[in-house]
Structure formats: structure tokens, C-alpha cells
Write a protein that binds this ligand. Structure first.
Ligand code: NAD
Length: 381
């Protein structure tokens, strides 16, 4: 059976779903691996490296593929090249990708969305949201350090003492904790806030001070946050204002699954920051934690330069691709049934997802000409 690695078609997407060092994991399962030429170029991976790892470079890689792996959803013309019964594995934000979901359903393609993989212990190795959030969190911290025209660490020298930068991180999930740990490693003094009760301990465990706003915590299902009421949001903003005003760098990473990102910092709060301060809003693409932040741009608000994140993992395409590819190998392995019908009697993997497995069911969007993901089906049909 053939697994194809698609060349990404979306503007700004620099990652690739498979890396040469992991091709052997797929061939080891018994698959033929076909890669569209140029698929890895943005991540600085050449066609020759894929070929040396055992993949076939083929402009027609998608034709007749049993499964296609990509980072972003395939384009509709790519979907039309797939045989009915083929599978796709990619990120697939169904709420924003109605045309793609419909095309997948109509083509009889079985599609899996990496963001729908349930966040259970058994699926941790397939959790691409976490692997990419790790990249984003690191990137946010180094962007803030790079934009700030002063040191992050304390410097005590013969020429005098330079105090460390004050960094505030809002949202301490996977990305936020990585941003905190990175800013700490660079020597900044870091304070952080998150609405989940468990977050305070996690913040302290990576060396930062947990900000206590003396507000109720907001636990939702599956270890995620719940949405705030308007009243609580106003109180949170009021109590965060002095922390934001005192920060040299503010990094925001807050999200609530299935909702637009919560607004945590108003323009008026940013206007209280000192000259030269910087704001990095990882959530700019999904509504923004900071009022006025624009995804993919640096805008000035008051004294601060405000950086809005846009496809942040793509800004470090090499490591982001490596981590994502490992997630892909792990999910493909889960969906592979070993069979002994390969050439020369060798074990050949059969791509055969078990629809009794909660990871398979949970991540499936379309199958057998129908939309299987209930919220998407209700929204589309
Ligand atoms: P996420 O990207 O949905 O949210 C990022 C953070 O924003 C969360 O920590 C959330 O609490 C926070 N947030 C939301 N509203 C906020 C507000 N108004 N003010 C401040 N912060 C706010 O979440 P994530 O980072 O993907 O994951 C969150 C948590 O889920 C993790 O820390 C972990 O505990 C858990 N998790 C579990 C698994 C697993 O079991 N496999 C995998 C990943 C994450």
C-alpha cells in the first residue's frame, strides 16, 4: 500500500508532514512512501534526502494513494485525484474548511483531523496540537527577546548592573509553559497567569511566579479552560492591569477550545506599558488576546510594539515538521494492521483504521461518503 506525502499548497505554510529520518518507520510498516517533489524545500529538506531514506519522488504521488499525509488540508483539486476509500491525515479545522470537508465526503475519502485526536494518555504521542504549541511557545519567547531593545537577564559588570527584563505570560498551557521556560532560560523575571487551578503549580514548576488574581478558577472538560463571563473578564482585566503595565514584554497564549480566543488585554491596558515594551500575541489569528493585535503584523499601540502571531510553528519549519511527522508516524502505526501478503512474504502494512478505537472515531471527519464528526455534520448538513 502507498502513503503519499503532499506538497503543501497553502500560502505561508513552510512545514511538511514527513521528514526523511522517519520515512523508514513507514517503510518498516510495509508501506511504499511517495513524496511530491519539493515537498520539504521550505523546511530545508531536499528531494535527494527523501530518496536516500527510501521514498519515491513522484509528481503523481497522490494518484492511487491509500493514505495521504499533509500539514494543512489538501486542496480540492488534490482531493479529486484520490480514489474513493483513500484516507487523508492532516490538520482540518472543520469549522473553517467547509468546502474541503464537503469535497472529502463527496469523494468518498476517509479523513482524519489531527486537532480532533482525543487528549487521552494513549494518544499523547499523536498530539500534534501539543507538539506544535511547544514550537509556538518557544518562538514567542525568542521573538519577544529579539524585539525588546534590552537584556532579558540580569547583568552585573564592572560597568554597572543591568536589571533583568520583566516578562508576563498570560495563558499557561502547552505553549505558555514553553514560553515561560524559554524566557526563564534567557534570564528574565517571569510572572504568569492562567484560569485553570492546576496551572499555578505548573507555572511554578518552570520557575515563574504564578499571579494570583483572587478569582474563581475556570476548569472545563478534558483539562481545558472554560469561557469567562463578561463580569469575570472585566474583573480579570482590572486586576491584570498593573502586571501588564509593569511588564517589559507581555506574551499571551490563551485559548478556549472551539471558541474565539478570549480578549484578556485591552488597548487601554497596553497604553499603560512603558516606552520600548513589546507584546507578543500568539492568539492573534484566532481572535486575539490583545485588542488591536493583527496576525502576521507588528503594530504600535501606545508605547508598545505589538506582534501578532500567524502560523507560528511554520516559522521554525524544521523542528515543527520533525515533531509533526512523529505524530503522523504514531497515528499511522495505530491505523495499520499487519498482514503477511507483502512481496516475498514480508509483512506489509494494511492501512485499516479500527473504527472501534476511540482515537480513530474521535479524529475521523468523513468516512464512506458521510460526515462522521457530529458537530461538523450538524453545521454542514
Ligand atoms: P489551549 O491552547 O486550549 O489554551 C491555552 C491556555 O489558555 C490554557 O492553559 C487555558 O487554561 C488558558 N486560558 C484560557 N482562557 C484563559 C483566560 N481567560 N485567562 C488566562 N488563561 C486562559 O490549551 P493547551 O495548551 O492545548 O492545553 C491546556 C492543558 O490541557 C494543558 O496544560 C494540559 O494540562 C492539558 N493537556 C492534556 C493533554 C493530554 O492529556 N494528552 C494534552 C495536551 C494538553
Amino acid at each position: 500500500m502507498k502513503i503519499a506525502v503532499a506538497r503543501e499548497t497553502r500560502a505561508g505554510e513552510m512545514r511538511v508532514a514527513m521528514v526523511p529520518e522517519l520515512v523508514g518507520k513507514l517503510t518498516g510498516l510495509g508501506y511504499d512512501v511517495a513524496v511530491e517533489p519539493g515537498a520539504g524545500l521550505h523546511a530545508l529538506i531536499s528531494d535527494e534526502e527523501y530518496a536516500a531514506a527510501g521514498a519515491v519522488l513522484d509528481d503523481a504521488a497522490l494518484d492511487g494513494a491509500d493514505a495521504v499525509v499533509s500539514v494543512q488540508p489538501l486542496a480540492t483539486d488534490q482531493i479529486r485525484r484520490l480514489p474513493a476509500g483513500a484516507a487523508t491525515i492532516s490538520f482540518l479545522p472543520t469549522g473553517q474548511e467547509r468546502e474541503v470537508v464537503t469535497a472529502l465526503r463527496d469523494a468518498g475519502v476517509t479523513s482524519f483531523a489531527m486537532e480532533l485526536v482525543p487528549r487521552i494518555s494513549r494518544a499523547q504521542a499523536m498530539d500534534a496540537l501539543s507538539s506544535q504549541a511547544l514550537v509556538s511557545g518557544y518562538r514567542c519567547a525568542v521573538v519577544a527577546a529579539g524585539m525588546l531593545r534590552r537584556f532579558f537577564p540580569l547583568n552585573m559588570t564592572a560597568a554597572g548592573t543591568v536589571p533583568p527584563a520583566q516578562v508576563v505570560v498570560l495563558g499557561a498551557g502547552v505553549a505558555g509553559l514553553q514560553a515561560i521556560a524559554t524566557a526563564k532560560r534567557l534570564g528574565a523575571v517571569v510572572k504568569a497567569y492562567d484560569v485553570r487551578a492546576a496551572a499555578a503549580e505548573e507555572i511554578r514548576s518552570v520557575g515563574a511566579q504564578a499571579i494570583d488574581l483572587e478569582l474563581d478558577t475556570l476548569e472545563g472538560a478534558g483539562g481545558y479552560a472554560r469561557e469567562m463571563t463578561e463580569e469575570r473578564a472585566a474583573l480579570q482585566m482590572e486586576r491584570l492591569t498593573p502586571y501588564v503595565a509593569a511588564a517589559d514584554a507581555l506574551i499571551t497564549t490563551a485559548a478556549v477550545p472551539g471558541r474565539r480566543a478570549p480578549l484578556l488585554v485591552t488597548r487601554a491596558m497596553v497604553e499603560q506599558m512603558s516606552p520600548g515594551s513589546v507584546v507578543v500575541d500568539l492568539a492573534a489569528e484566532s481572535g486575539g488576546n490583545v485588542e488591536g493585535a493583527v496576525a502576521g503584523e507588528v503594530v504600535r499601540i501606545g508605547n508598545a510594539q505589538v506582534w501578532g502571531g500567524a502560523n507560528v510553528p511554520s516559522q521554525m519549519p524544521g523542528p515543527a515538521s520533525r515533531l509533526y511527522a512523529q505524530n503522523i508516524v504514531n497515528i499511522v502505526t495505530l491505523m495499520t494492521r499487519a498482514a503477511t501478503d507483502g512481496p516475498d512474504g514480508r509483512e506489509a502494512g494494511a492501512f485499516a483504521p479500527d473504527f472501534d478505537d476511540e482515537i480513530v472515531i474521535g479524529s475521523c471527519v468523513t468516512h464512506d461518503g458521510a460526515i462522521r464528526h457530529e458537530p461538523t455534520r450538524v453545521a454542514l448538513e
